[in-house]
Design a binder for this molecule. Structure first.
Ligand SMILES: Nc1ncnc2c1ncn2[C@@H]1O[C@H](COP(=O)(O)OP(=O)(O)OP(=O)(O)O)[C@@H](O)[C@H]1O
Ligand SMILES: [Mg+2]
Length: 666
């Protein structure tokens, strides 16, 4: 029942409750009425029958007194007017049956032979009333009247039908009334329910329920609306809070993204720094290696230089003295050729170890490259295309012209050898700036302004292993007899001696690019003085000129002496600075020139000149050394500005240089 009510609609419930209550009340009332009616009717019946029995007893006294059964039967026969009486009997004072009456439907069995009780008895279907018969106080007999209760029950059924009818009618009326009236209760409640549903479905807390009644539902509507107010307010606060939170999150996200970007930047920076460090370390390692090799090679080359000086010098002197048909001439010429090759080799080695004598001048790289066009044509042949991309604004550099020409020729020859099937060789110049960060790629590691010379080819290219070793002296991949492996060592040495840097980029099958960076200078280009060349005729010396020759090495001293004497000079030969001073003092007459080795035990060439010059103010000095610029650079004296001869030199060069100095040239 409760479950049934739970699932019904509000209207259904209201009607069900009203109907249930009405039905219960009506049934209860009906039952009460019915029971009361029954008892009342029964009591009335008992009373009626008792009176009937009493009347019968009074009327029967005479018949009993006179023992007149006929009269008695007549008296009893009057009972036929009362159909509910089934039977009646009269007994004499001994209790014997005296007369009897039987109704139309009665059987004799209904009349007992003796009255079995003196009391009135009420059974389920009958009422037996027993009444004594007195005459003047003497008991004459007994009257018994038996009634069936059918009439009573009929009456009861009638009442029941009436009650049922009234109940049914009442319920019908109640139903109609309930159905019509329930909406006064349910409508406001349903309206409230609808609003609640709308609110929850649309999540719109601005909807409000209308106030339809002033009863409890009205109060409920008020409470509901105020609850909505609170929810709406809470909702707004929540929304505001959420917006705030979202803004916070966004701000934090931006911060985080920025921090992330910063971090990434730092990581990149660090990676770059590490890469730069790695490159600098590699560069340093390479430079140190080259430095070590350079020192070793330089030392050996220097020693060989002295020996070659002697070999070549004597050979030349002896050759001058031999007759054109002398059989020894051929052998001597071979010795001189070998000596010449040796001298060229040592010269390259000296170049690599940065000990080659040089005369740095302000140079224009564009001009240099352009002037060498003819040489390139001869070197490259038909199959190689030559391209130039020269930056006309490219600045000037400070270098030795001859050395730079050597550098360019070595690079061109290498490029040519790398393009046996032909290809393209390109020259380019440009100004470049290196800041602190970028300078690590330079061998010098110093930032500044540079002029870049690029020589690129479309040749075979190099693998990493080859690339790592190309600047080492004697490293070559060419077949024996075809390459000495000194070309790039010379290039490296010259570039470094010119305070520059060289880098290589190469890919197997694609080609190679060499980039040379030389410090940019802002000075005006000087036209390089013509380099002494073997073809220039030598003006012989004059007998009247006296030369002091100071050279500690015996062999060299002898050649120099011979060469100078052969040129007609008067020569004072000394093996040390002290001896030179002594001999000068012993000499009668002027001294025109001092030719001295820079490095001698006891007294250096420089010291000697400083001691002699005050004594012979007009005397000229020509320095010689196996070290570039007389080792002045190593000694921290700067580039020597005085006349100087780099060993080894040929007798012809010596003669020419001596003449120049004596004649007042530099
Ligand atoms: N442009 C280039 N393309 C490809 N490989 C090159 C190039 N330049 C140099 N090399 C490589 O570097 C090696 C060394 O060059 P380097 O000029 O020092 O000696 P070389 O050319 O072999 O001999 P040399 O120059 O003494 O005749 C070469 O043997 C070659 O393997
Ligand atoms: Mg080479």
């Amino acid at each position: 029942m409760r479950r049934m009510l739970n699932v019904r609609s509000l209207q259904g419930k209201l009607i069900a409750i009203i109907m249930g209550a009405s039905t219960g009340a009506l049934l209860l009332a009906g039952m009460l009425i019915l029971v009361a009616d029954f008892y009342e009717s029964r009591a009335a019946l008992v009373q009626d029958m008792t009176i009937e029995a009493k009347v019968l007893a009074a009327n029967s006294t005479a018949a009993l007194a006179f023992d007149d059964r006929q009269a008695a039967t007549e008296v009893l026969g009057h009972l036929s007017v009362a159909p509910q009486i089934q039977a009646a009997a009269l007994y004499d004072h001994d209790g014997k049956l005296f007369a009897s009456y039987l109704g139309s439907e009665a059987t004799p069995a209904l009349v007992p032979s003796r009255p079995d009780s003196t009391k009135t008895r009420l059974g389920f279907d009958r009422l037996v009333v027993v009444e004594p018969v007195y005459l003047n106080g003497v008991r004459m007999g007994t009257v018994l009247v038996r009634t069936d209760l059918r009439t009573l029950y009929q009456q009861l059924w009638m009442s029941l039908a009436g009650i049922a009818f009234v109940t049914g009618l009442s319920l019908l009326v109640a139903f109609v009334a309930a159905a019509r009236l329930q909406r006064y209760v349910s409508t406001p409640v349903l309206a409230l329910a609808q609003v609640a549903k709308d609110v929850s479905e649309q999540r719109d807390y601005s909807i409000r329920a209308s106030h339809l009644t002033h009863d409890e539902v009205g109060t409920l509507v008020d409470a509901f609306n105020s609850m909505l107010d609170q929810i709406q307010q809470r909702d707004r606060q929540l929304e505001a809070h959420r917006t705030h939170l979202q803004q916070e999150v966004e701000a934090r996200t931006i911060e985080l993204t920025q921090a992330n970007a910063r971090l990434q930047g730092e990581i990149d920076q660090r990676n770059r720094t590490e890469e730069a460090l790695r490159q600098s370390q590699e560069q340093l390692f390479r430079s140190q290696k080259m430095e070590a090799i350079g020192n070793l090679t330089g030392g050996i080359a220097h020693e060989f230089n002295n020996l070659l000086q002697i070999i070549n010098g004597f050979s030349e002197v002896i050759l001058l003295q031999l007759s054109p048909v002398d059989p020894a001439r051929e052998g001597l010429e071979e010795i001189m050729k070998a000596g010449g090759r040796g001298a060229s080799l040592t010269s390259q080695l000296l170049a690599f170890s940065r000990r080659q004598a040089n005369q740095p001048k302000v140079l224009d790289l564009n001009g240099l490259v352009t002037n060498m066009g003819g040489v390139f044509q001869r070197l490259l042949g038909e199959s190689i295309e030559l391209a130039t991309d020269l930056d006309l604004t490219a600045g000037k550099v400070m270098a030795d012209r001859g050395q730079l020409e050597q550098v360019i020729i070595n690079l061109v020859i290498n490029a040519r050898d790398a393009m046996p099937q032909g290809g393209r060789l390109a020259f380019a110049t440009a100004n470049v700036e290196f800041d602190e960060h970028a300078a690590h790629k330079l061998a010098t590691g110093r930032p500044g302004s540079f002029v870049m010379l690029t020589v690129s080819d479309t040749g075979t290219g190099m693998d990493e292993a080859t690339k790592a070793r190309i600047f080492e002296p004697f490293f070559t991949t060419k077949p024996q007899g075809q390459g000495t492996g000194l070309g790039l060592s010379t290039v490296y040495g010259i570039v470094r001696q010119s305070h520059g840097s060289i880098e290589v980029e190469s890919e197997v099958g694609r080609g190679t690019i060499f980039r040379i960076y030389l410090p940019r200078v802002n000075e005006v280009v000087e036209t390089a003085e013509p380099i002494v060349d073997a073809e220039t005729p030598v003006v012989p010396g004059r007998q009247s000129e006296t030369i002091v020759l100071a050279e500690d090495e015996h062999g060299v001293r002898m050649i120099l002496q011979k060469v100078l004497q052969a040129q007609g000079y008067h020569v004072l030969v000394a093996s040390s600075g002290h001896e030179a001073i002594r001999m000068s003092q012993q000499h009668q007459g002027p001294l025109h020139l001092l030719v001295t080795d820079m490095a001698m035990p006891g007294m250096s060439g420089m010291e000697l000149s400083e001691r002699l010059l005050p004594l012979y103010p007009g005397m000229k000095v020509l320095y010689m050394s196996g070290h570039p610029n007389g080792g002045a650079e190593q000694a921290g004296l700067g580039v020597l500005q005085r006349p100087f001869l780099q060993k080894p030199f040929s007798p012809r060069v010596l003669a020419k240089r001596v003449r120049e100095v004596l004649d007042g040239g530099a």
